[in-house]
Write a protein that binds this ligand. Structure first.
Ligand code: PLP
Length: 395
């Protein structure tokens, strides 16, 4: 059997025809950048996340950069984030003029640990006239990442952020449609902080036909700032620029496709959840839990399994190689934590600084999970993992 890590072709048929017609209309109108399709998508995604405004931008990375800029970040301000994420989470901080300040993850969820966050702020932060400082840097914001499709502990993070007057930008690139309990109600990822940054990169749960992204926010002021920043910082008057901005717009062709796909997103997320539940049953049935650890859920969370990531206690790379030899694609997200990336050497972190992130980078393995993945394929994946470890079979 050959099971690719991700096969985007399996989702398509139900919407391909509609997409072709819609694209035909747009080609005929030749109205390519922003415009009514993008505005409609902005309304729909904002509503989906439970907030008032959506602002379409060129990528998830730009959604992060523009959100940070909209917080009023100044050169040298620190932004607290996780060392265990895709590079864009931290590089966006630098590109917006700031300095990443890492806090380790929680072992169970792989997300920014709210206890360690609180510890850092209570022990190290000093109050000055214009804010809270750590290591002579003013702390401006926190970027929690809802890694693999599960919300970080937003209740705690936002309550701590309020106490220390920090803005919260949610990295929602992997979690569109994820939910969590938040002060007594159920909320969607991206809709709890000051802003949420969404990616429409083709491999994400709502993927476009290329790069794209969106910022969602409940704040009219932030929405206006980002609308301006995506158009080179232009104000209401044409060609008068209030700030140095970016060329970061969303295309009509992208928006049209995303609007059609958005109608299927809940169904696809439900399918991912069902696939994850089946993997969990299969691993238990095969007595594999002493060799691997299944993803764990924070109470009240709706994990949408952008990735299904297991921890492999021993010889992760050996297992990955064995699976590859048997036609099974897997990935390691991420093999090197951000604080040890060559590009962040200047920040001065060392191996041992964030132990949970470092252990995770040695143990995680993402298995195939996507709409259209078949039961016999999942069975094959788990059987091959069982073959590798050869656990005692059940009596
Ligand atoms: C994909 C991703 C991004 C960046 O999104 P792009 O659209 O690729 O720029 C940022 N953060 C995380 C966690 C991601 O997975």
């Amino acid at each position: 059997m050959n099971i690719p890590f991700l096969d985007l072709k399996r989702v398509s048929p139900s919407y391909l025809q509609e997409l072709k017609e819609k694209h035909g209309d747009i080609l005929a109108k030749a109205d390519f950048v922003l415009g009514p399709e993008v505005e409609a998508l902005e309304r729909e995604i904002a509503e989906f996340c439970g907030v008032k405004y959506g602002i379409g931008v060129a990528s998830g990375t730009d959604a992060l950069i523009l959100s940070l800029r909209a917080t009023g970040i100044e050169h040298g301000d620190a932004v607290i984030t996780t060392p265990f994420s895709f590079i864009a989470t931290a590089s966006s901080v630098v590109l917006a003029g700031g300095v990443p300040l890492f806090v380790d993850i929680s072992e169970k969820t792989f997300n920014l640990c709210s206890i360690k966050l609180e510890e850092l702020l209570r022990r190290k932060a000093k109050k000055k006239r214009d804010g809270w400082y750590v290591r002579e840097m003013r702390i401006r914001a926190i970027i929690p990442v809802h890694l693999y499709g599960q919300c970080a502990n937003m209740e705690r993070i936002i309550s701590i952020a309020k106490e220390f007057k920090l803005k919260v930008i949610e990295d929602t690139a992997q979690a569109l449609g994820a939910e969590c309990r938040f002060n007594g109600s159920v909320r969607r990822a991206g809709g709890m902080g000051l802003a949420g940054a969404i990616s429409f990169y083709p491999t994400k749960n709502l993927g476009g036909l290329g790069d794209g992204g969106m910022v969602v926010t409940d704040s009219r002021r932030i929405a206006e700032l980002i609308r301006s920043l995506r158009l080179h910082g232009m104000g209401r008057q044409k060609y008068i620029h209030r700030a140095i901005g970016y060329n970061s717009r969303l295309d009509a062709l992208q928006a049209a496709g995303l609007r059609i796909k958005l109608r299927f997103l809940n169904q696809w997320n439900e399918e991912r959840i069902a696939l994850a539940e089946r993997y969990k049953r299969l691993f238990k049935d095969k007595n594999l839990l002493e060799f691997i650890t299944l993803p764990s859920l924070l109470e009240g969370n709706r994990h949408i399994y952008h990735q299904f990531v297991i921890r492999v206690k021993k010889n992760r790379d050996g297992l990955q190689k064995f699976l590859k030899e048997n036609g099974i694609g897997t990935e390691v997200y991420y093999p090197l934590p951000l604080h040890l990336q060559p590009c962040f050497k200047y920040l001065g972190y060392r191996r041992g600084d964030f132990k949970e992130a470092e252990v995770a980078s040695r143990e995680v393995l993402a298995l195939p999970i996507y709409p259209g993945l078949r039961e016999e394929e999942q069975r094959y994946v788990v059987e091959k993992i069982a073959e590798y470890y050869n656990p005692p079979s059940r009596p």
